[in-house]
Design a protein around this ligand. Structure first.
Ligand code: ADP
Ligand code: MG
Length: 365
């Protein structure tokens, strides 16, 4: 087949979406989106329910066609190519196994559909089951397996024909927390071993932070921010990103012209350098683990401080979350490593809290 050369294609990109959108009837599921997925990377689509994650996967897989735009796979336009010819593997949340078939036959299915020889099928199925730790389970039926084992079969069935891209849509959504964390590690290891491009969907921010090279955070059919886990956590662009990933204290105010921001209760705080001129309305964010609590008589070390009363204190094992109702009306949450109950901040106590302006992030809106 003659390969079509596409102008502007970057060879390091496995998938390129150009101005792709999807409208279902009157519902805009995905607004015009550009996205490049690099070869070999682990990219996660993260976002609340209904933000367009599955729609984006379905467009790449070819399960549905776009309303506008083009999809390139290794530089070739596949926008109108049938799903089977794209060489893209898919793992689903509900496993989608054939209940009447054995584990072996489920995993062999994509190879039989491609009319591979019996001997090659045996070798490849055995290797795929080995990779997911299911050797010896060949003759079982799906109902004789736990949820985690069924999803391993789903993964084996996906990797068995060496697809160029592997996509997983909330594959761990039906599993409990411990198993989910274990499987996160296994999927990461699989990605490293195979070196294949992974596009992974989850609504769980911790899963996304833990697993991804880059995260594409979606909101209402649009990309809210695309970047490494560090970038999304430490440099969130907007209020939505700051609130979706991790916990955040948001403070709004106005620049006073002397490098300080005027906030509630006629207080002013120092903000990071290089910010707008006098009168500008600002929204800034400080993470709870960057806020320190000290005694009301203790000297504060940082360039920002407020005093107030502990409104609530919750001990959640390794960390303790403390919410302070500040005298200027703001509620600020601080998070710290836990001490024993005698030394943890108690509700009603008067405290100072302080933080460094260097740890604050200026948000767009
Ligand atoms: P997510 O996977 O992030 O939860 P989806 O991509 O499934 O989100 O859905 C995005 C939006 O598109 C939602 O508003 C959803 O209701 C709508 N949608 C998805 N699939 C269809 C469909 N087949 N018909 C009509 N609306 C759809
Ligand atoms: Mg979905």
């Amino acid at each position: 087949m003659l390969e079509e050369t596409v102008v502007g294609h970057h060879p390091a990109h496995a998938i390129e979406l150009k101005s792709i959108s999807k409208v279902y009837g009157a519902v805009p599921a995905l607004l015009r989106t550009d996205l490049s997925v690099q070869k070999g990377e682990f990219l996660t689509l993260l976002g609340p329910s209904g933000s367009g994650k599955t729609t984006l996967l379905n467009l790449i897989a070819g399960a549905t066609g776009p309303t506008t735009g083009a999809i390139l796979l290794d530089g070739r336009d596949i926008t109108r190519m049938p799903p089977r010819d794209r060489g893209i593997g898919m793992v689903f949340q509900n496993y989608a196994l054939m209940p009447h078939m054995t584990v072996f036959e489920n995993v062999a299915y994509p190879l039989r559909a491609r009319r591979e020889a019996a001997k090659a099928i045996r070798v490849k199925v055995t290797e795929a089951l080995e990779r997911v730790g299911l050797r010896g389970f060949e003759d079982r039926k799906p109902r004789q397996l736990s949820g985690g084992q069924q999803q391993r079969v789903g993964i084996a069935r996906c990797i068995v024909y060496s697809p160029a891209i592997i996509m997983m849509d909330e594959p761990l959504g039906a599993l409990d927390k411990n198993l989910r964390e274990q499987m996160q590690g296994e999927i990461k290891r699989l990605h490293k071993d195979l070196g294949t491009t992974f596009i992974y969907v989850t609504h769980d921010q911790e899963e996304a932070l833990n697993m991804s090279d880059r995260i594409c955070l979606m909101s209402m059919g649009e990309i809210a921010q695309l970047g490494t886990p560090d970038e999304l956590y430490f440099q969130p662009r907007s209020r939505f990103v700051a609130e979706f990933i991790g916990e955040s204290n948001l403070i709004s105010g106005r620049m006073d012209g002397r490098g300080q921001m005027l906030i509630a209760g006629d207080r002013s705080i120092a903000v990071p350098g290089g910010i707008p001129a006098e009168g500008a309305e600002m929204l800034v964010m400080i993470r709870p683990e960057r806020v320190r609590i000290c005694g009301i008589d203790e000297a504060v070390a940082d360039d920002n401080s407020l005093s107030g009363e502990v409104a609530s204190s919750s001990f959640i094992g390794g960390t303790t979350r403390v919410t302070i109702r500040c005298d200027n009306g703001l509620n600020i949450t601080a998070k710290m490593m836990s001490d024993r109950s005698e030394t943890r901040p108690q509700s009603g106590a008067r405290v100072n809290l302080c933080w460094s302006s260097a740890d604050m992030v200026v948000l767009e809106n």
